[in-house]
Design a protein. Sequence first.
Length: 356
Amino acid sequence: MRQWVIIASFILFMPSLVAAPQPQLKNSYPEIYVVKKGDTLWDISAVFLNNPWSWPQLWQKNSYIKNPHLIYPGDRLHLIWVDGKPQLSLKKQLKLSPEMRVVRQPITSLPGYLMLAYVAQDKLISADAVTTQPQILGTSEERGYLSVGDVLWADQSLVPTSQWRVYRLEQDFDRDDSANETANSAIKATISTLKEIADVTVIASDGEMSQLKVDDFQQEIIPNDILLPLLGIDGQADLSFSPTTPPASLSATVLGQISGYSYISNYDVVVLDRGHLDGMVAGQVFELFKQGAQVQGKKGQYHYKNSTLLTESTQLGTIAVAQAMILRPYEYFSLAVVLNNQQPFKPGVVAQAPRL
């Protein structure tokens, strides 16, 4: 009988283990906040909350705010309480004029330059995709330097007038789960960062190759550079995701910074070794932890690890160094932007669901 009581108690307790974390209001939160030009959802979250990643719960199933991405500069956000829980009430700021109509842009989760640069355009490519994408062959004149208006060739037939962006493969990141997963489910994958080189337009195609005209360039175009379709602001990428808390079971490792720098800081974009097949979703916010120090020696003789000869050591607790929001998940990897970083850190830190 006692065993059934324990099991029943555990079942009743389980919802508290998996329930989403509640918003933690700041001690000095405002009762009214007027949205300013340049604000983001993350900025506004930080005005009200100690844990900005819980921001969606202020409006989730909220009759006052149907869509947080339809908040505009000038709107007034009122913090109210419903059944003992905080919610936001929205009062729209409407300006009517018989002479002109001003189109206001709704706020986004993060600054626009991050959203467009890393969400609307590809920045990573898998090893398999490299073999299928069109690549630069070169110029008929065997020229090394090209300028705007010059013509070059690609190794596939492309649709005339279509626009493409030229990229160069830069840094490789590897994922190998064989040490942590079973032999049947272990994943080994490689993904490469893409450096933007130029924009081109297809001017002709003979069914096997295509002629391209250079529209703009940042660097010399060379044979074997990769071509990907050029997407504009109106592309199909979702720019309206909101900060959310990932499942407690989901974790990842920061493999490195997309630009290849040794140290990572605020607003840097990093590559994580988990993707949408693992449950990564744009907008999820992780806390980043680095390992604590290691201590060696016997009781009374403890010292920080300074020898590789001693096999016994004690690993001290992890240290929170920043948060990171998922910008774009790929199949086995993801891009994330670093937020609230206090000091630069190196790759290898672990991304976990925020601790309460």
